[in-house]
Design a protein around this ligand. Structure first.
Ligand SMILES: Nc1nc2c(ncn2[C@@H]2O[C@H](COP(=O)(O)OP(=O)(O)O)[C@@H](O)[C@H]2O)c(=O)[nH]1
Ligand SMILES: [Mg+2]
Length: 432
């Protein structure tokens, strides 16, 4: 059954990137119209979209328009006549706004867009249609949007950013580890948002795919049976317990570059606890396309049998040049009992023995990295989190705990967590 989900999602992952479309409707030019006009606007948009496609994606995105326009359920009924409303002279502006929305919704399906335009054309005269074509040209050019179209500016810029992003090559990072080594915490730290469930006990039992978006639209999109473009964190975390998910949100990174990235979270591999989990992860490691594997080791639990077995399996089954190692939870070290350099040396020695010539090993505190990033971007609201953040800020500043080994020059507040060194490495490999 678990493998069943996985098969299904792999299919979708490779075929379907629409989920990571970024869409910010907060300043949509139709928001200030009368409710009758908004209704007609929405009905026209959904009529044209539904005429050519009824994918989850299209339905999910239409729902966003419906919500932001504040419409009632009854508006959803289809009204074939509504397109006639737009063909009068003074509704030119609204036609252009509608065109931009249509373009954005059908952005990945150019042929669908063409078909929708043909349908719309039946209601317009030649001059009106030519005017629409002129706006399409503006969208597809890189020119500054003229003053007379200033009300379209934000829509056009969003379309362009989405198009540009989709042209980029997709990079994929696969995260693997034994249970509770900190995979989910590391992912949350890398993307700067608490999207993955963190837990001492329960653990991920499914493969999850996290996609970056072209720009910050302050939303999390999740694909399950339908596609929700704006799920709450609470609902997301509940959904994670049930099944494998495709999640999209803008990733917060220190680099200015915004790559098209997919991070894959996999169930922990421990032989005794759950054989299914191990099977899912190993199979995915053998069959998925990925550019990089991050293997997370728990610094407070190095050398345990499960971790050793997993390293051995990785060394035999995954191309060695694709694997980097993250040794996590160094913030738990105590200088009277442990030594960070000695632990790292031991890890490197073990990896060399496994055949890694020049193993890339990054000491980090994913926990601190996440807290610091969260603090940097939106502040910490939880009192416990704040206390932990201040405690660790102080601790990791000390020479014997500082994880910014290469003294990477960044002004990120979380440099001492070691995460920036990993980010820099991935950036140089053109992955981040
Ligand atoms: N002190 C400390 N705890 C961590 C760190 N990373 C993860 N943890 C804790 O380890 C537990 C398991 O983390 P999680 O990310 O859910 O592990 P996963 O099972 O590999 O996904 C949680 O209680 C985390 O808070 C870290 O860098 N430092
Ligand atoms: Mg996890």
């Amino acid at each position: 059954m678990l493998l069943g989900y996985y098969e299904d999602d792999r299919e979708r992952k490779t075929m379907n990137f629409e989920n990571s479309t970024a869409l910010d409707l907060d300043n949509h030019p139709m928001l200030h119209c009368k409710s009758r006009t908004k209704e007609k606007y929405f009905q026209s948009l959904s009529l044209l979209v539904n005429h050519v496609t009824r994918t989850k994606y299209a339905q999910g995105i239409l729902e966003q328009y419906w919500k932001i326009l504040g419409l009632s359920d009854s508006v959803i009924t289809e009204n074939q006549e509504v397109l006639g409303y737009w063909n009068v002279l003074w509704r030119k502006k609204m036609r252009f706004i509608l065109l931009c929305d249509l373009y954005l919704i059908l952005i990945t399906q150019k042929s669908d867009f063409g078909q929708a335009m043909s349908k719309w054309r039946e209601k317009l005269n030649k001059k009106q249609f030519d005017q629409l074509s002129e706006v399409i040209q503006i969208i597809e050019s890189n020119k500054e949007v003229e003053e007379k179209f200033s009300y379209l500016k934000e829509q056009i810029l969003q379309i362009r950013k989405n198009i540009e992003f989709q042209k980029k090559p997709l990079r994929t990072i696969f995260i693997t580890a034994t249970m509770s080594a900190g995979k989910s915490t590391l992912i949350n730290a890398l993307i700067g948002k608490p999207l993955m469930n963190i837990s001492q006990v329960a653990c991920t039992s499914h493969i999850n795919y996290l996609f970056n978006k072209p720009f910050e639209d302050d939303k999390i999109a999740v694909e399950t049976d339908n596609l929700d473009f704006d799920i709450s964190l609470t609902n997301l975390k509940a959904a994670e317990r049930d099944k494998s998910l495709i999640i999209s949100s803008y990733f917060r990174k220190s680099s200015k570059k915004n790559s098209r990235l997919c991070i894959i979270d996999s169930p922990g591999v421990n032989s005794a606890t759950n054989r299914d989990h191990q099977k899912i992860t190993k199979r995915a490691l053998l069959e998925e396309d990925y550019d990089e594997v991050i293997c997370v080791l728990d610094a407070t639990n190095l050398g345990v049998e499960d971790a050793q077995n997993h390293l051995l399996w990785l060394s035999k089954n995954v191309p060695k040049d694709k694997v980097v190692f993250v040794v996590n939870k160094f913030d738990r070290f105590n200088q009277n009992e442990d030594s960070i350099p000695e632990s790292l040396e031991q890890v490197i020695k073990d990896l060399i023995e496994l055949g890694y010539k020049n193993p890339k090993v990054f000491p980090i505190s994913a926990y601190y990295a996440f807290l610091a990033k969260q603090n940097e971007y939106e502040g910490l609201s939880d009192e416990d989190d704040k206390d932990e953040y201040y405690r660790l800020t102080k601790k990791l500043k000390k020479e014997s705990y500082n994880l910014n080994f290469d003294k990477v020059e960044v002004n990120a507040s979380y440099a001492n967590s070691g995460l920036t060194a990993l980010e820099k490495y991935l950036e140089n490999r053109e992955i981040l």
